[in-house]
Ligand binder design. Structure first.
Ligand code: PMP
Length: 310
């Protein structure tokens, strides 16, 4: 079996220490154990294979994507295996380790300022502009339906299988919304009482949007890959039941606990997800375990201030 066929089918582990004594178990899907080190390997493969099947991505073309880094790394695995070029557009907030990894994988990296969506310098706008060049294909993870679809078919299906069909709640942050929308849809199709909960960084406007339909004020936060000042097209509000707000300090403290107490070598958004999952479990009233995802690994953040001083 080649490397790409080892994407997905990740382990689901019980947080035996951190989640002890809550009434229902808290289970975490180890997406950091994918070949490229993140959940985004799944959508990189799905988007490339969908575009190849539709004939809009052909040999010799260049993949272009706006990415917090992880989708870029996933696309780099596909580009290497299938002989495509790769151009990644990344906001400057994202870690130097991700830039180094992309460069090492042979991708061209364009860094944009941390600009709002209305700005011509916003990373998605820049990627859309660059992808208009001949021979370029925009992966378009924020809008491409192949993203939520692979989570609905595969990630969601794996969770049902690994839990024996018993899930009380599913909790995750949203970058593109693909994980939450796709898994949420799949679980709701067979478990009418399951709760789908957004884990949102304090400073993102998405939690307010889930609760009221209006995006909350825009702030800054250090957790990477999740939260937004505008809802991405692939985050569908109709599958969401609630939101939990998690501060940077809570997220990063939880990463340290996940490493020390559970041996899970994960990145910042895993901390956000687990803090929110524990709160949902502690409130009770659920039909089964709380499931969350660990989107990426700690190796991506070694140079970040929050990774120092262990
Ligand atoms: N965590 C990290 C570190 C990510 O890079 C991403 C994707 N941007 C997510 C979580 C969120 O995943 P999704 O795009 O499926 O909402």
């Amino acid at each position: 079996m080649d490397l790409l066929s080892h994407i997905g089918r990740t382990p689901l582990v019980t947080l035996g220490r951190i989640g002890a004594g809550l009434g229902v178990p808290v289970l975490a899907k180890c997406e950091h154990l994918n070949p490229g080190g993140s959940v985004k390997d799944r959508i990189a493969k799905a988007i490339v294979e969908d575009a190849e099947a539709r004939g809009i991505l052909r040999p010799g073309m260049t993949l272009v994507e706006a990415t917090a880094g992880n989708t870029g790394i996933g696309l780099a695995l596909l580009a290497a295996a299938r002989g495509y070029g790769l151009l990644c557009v990344m906001p400057e907030k994202m870690s130097a380790d991700k830039r180094t990894a992309l460069a090492a994988l042979g991708a061209k990296v364009v860094i944009t300022p941390n600009a709002p969506p209305s700005s011509p310098d916003h990373f998605r706008t820049v990627a859309e502009r660059l992808a208009r060049e001949p021979g370029c294909f925009l992966a378009d993870q924020f809008r491409n339906p192949a993203n939520p679809r692979v989570h609905e078919l595969e990630t969601g299906g794996e969770i049902l299988e690994q839990t024996g069909g018993k899930v009380g709640a599913f909790v995750a942050g949203a970058g593109t919304g693909g994980t939450l929308t796709g898994v949420g849809r799949r679980l709701k199709a067979s478990l009418p009482r399951v709760r789908i909960v957004l884990a949102d960084p304090v400073g993102s406007g998405l939690a307010d949007w889930v609760e009221t339909g209006r995006v909350g004020p825009d702030g800054t936060y250090a957790v990477e890959g999740i939260g937004a000042s505008e809802p991405p097209e692939n985050l569908h509000r109709d599958v969401l039941d609630a939101a939990e707000r998690v501060s940077d300090a809570e997220s990063f403290a939880m990463v340290k606990r996940l490493v020390r107490e559970e041996g899970l070598l994960v990145g910042g958004s895993s901390g956000t997800n687990v803090v929110a999952a524990l709160r949902v479990a502690a409130r009770g009233g659920l039909d089964g375990p709380v499931v969350t995802v660990l989107p990426d690994g700690w190796d991506r953040y070694r140079a970040k201030p929050w990774m120092q001083g262990w």
